[in-house]
Design a protein around this ligand. Structure first.
Ligand SMILES: NC(=O)c1ccc[n+]([C@@H]2O[C@H](COP(=O)([O-])OP(=O)(O)OC[C@H]3O[C@@H](n4cnc5c(N)ncnc54)[C@H](OP(=O)(O)O)[C@@H]3O)[C@@H](O)[C@H]2O)c1
Length: 327
């Protein structure tokens, strides 16, 4: 993709930063953020980007709720990608649950309202969703045709998020919801795993039999390019590698590529205590996510990193050794 105008709402997080790196050299990027980068927050918030060096990237303030001047920025865009939403990596208190849901619905509605005001609406709108929309599955893989949802907080959030997105009428703007699996790259979810490795806790979590659906961030970006360039693609797509693994297999592969021979397992009771201490939920590691990307494969998309070992080797080659090894 070249010479495109790409707007990324919530583009300051892990996935957004990787997308800026991927698309930012040959396209014009506009990032919608609640807090503009400056000298005081640059180091902490834009940890994988050198903001000053990003000539094609412009940061524009929004609040994720109301239409304001930022609306002008999406006029004539080739693509808008919406990643905005409170992180799910927190305790599911009533207040956090409300914020997780509201932030996602509000951002979708604000973008839709802005699109409706455009004289030249964006050609394509890709909205984040999550592969966690599918039920805990240990019996069979879940795809877009035969996958089942059941219920529960995170499933309900994803359903409401997708409904809000598809209920918005934006003729002239093609819409795609990406049900993203755990996205692997030189940051994000791998950082806590690196910390576990360093503590000697790089073994399986819980039974280790729960499925782990993943995707290399580079394939996520390539999928976005593919979708943008193929104008007949719209609707809902799983954004996951075609080869999910068990949690035990994931941890074993991670140990292999980072040079650890052993790693102690974390039993379910340990995870429950640990989750309270570090302010997260065990669901994030214990839910069996068994998701396969049937629809995107049918369109002819080819993964560069279909296998976990290749994906992790590539990612580790970009990570400073001190992040995953004590010495
Ligand atoms: N990472 C994964 O493996 C994964 C898997 C499945 C789905 N997803 C979904 O994909 C999206 C992006 O993931 P990510 O890992 O990049 O997330 P992230 O690092 O948490 O970044 C999300 C961004 O959303 C914005 N945001 C946070 N709270 C907000 C609020 N209350 N209102 C409006 N904006 C808010 C923030 O930008 P500002 O502070 O600059 O405004 C933040 O940088 C998320 O919606 C996530 O649920 C991620």
């Amino acid at each position: 993709m070249k010479h495109c105008k790409i707007v990324i709402a919530g583009g300051t997080g892990f996935i957004g930063q990787e997308m800026i790196k991927h698309f930012g050299k040959e396209n014009n990027i506009i990032v919608l953020t609640r807090q503009l980068p400056d000298a005081s927050n640059n180091r902490n918030r834009y940890n994988s980007l050198n903001v000053a060096a990003l000539k094609n990237v412009k940061f524009i303030k929004w609040d994720g709720k109301e239409v304001a001047e930022w609306c002008n920025e999406i006029n004539g865009a080739d693509l808008i990608i919406n990643l905005a939403g409170k992180s799910v990596n927190c305790r599911y208190t009533e207040q956090n649950k409300k914020e997780i849901l509201d932030s996602r619905i509000d951002a979708v509605n604000a973008i839709a309202t802005a699109i409706k005001k455009c004289s030249t609406p964006p050609s394509c709108w890709i909205n984040a969703s999550s592969a966690t929309i599918y039920r805990h599955a240990q019996d069979r893989p879940q795809d877009e045709y035969t996958g089942e949802f059941h219920s529960g907080f995170s499933v309900n959030v994803c359903k409401a998020w997708e409904n809000a997105f598809f209920n918005q009428q934006t003729p002239g703007t093609r819409k795609i919801a990406l049900r993203m699996a755990i996205t692997l790259g030189p940051g994000g979810v791998l950082i806590p795993y690196f910390n576990l490795l360093k503590l000697g806790l790089g073994g399986k979590q819980g039974s280790g039999k729960q499925m782990y659906s993943w995707i290399h961030i580079k394939d996520t970006c390539r999928m976005i390019e593919w979708i943008t360039e193929n104008e007949n693609i719209e609707g809902t797509f799983n954004c996951s590698s075609p080869n999910p693994v068990t949690n035990k297999h994931f941890m074993q592969t991670l140990r292999n590529v980072t040079g650890y021979t052993i790693g102690l397992p974390a039993f379910e009771w340990m995870l429950k205590i640990g989750a309270v201490i570090i302010g997260t939920e065990t669901e994030l590691v214990l839910k069996s996510r068994w998701v396969i990307p049937t629809k995107i494969t049918e369109t002819g998309f080819q993964f560069k990193y279909p296998l976990l070992e290749d994906a992790l080797k590539d990612i580790i080659s970009e990570v400073p050794r001190k992040q995953y090894r004590l010495f």
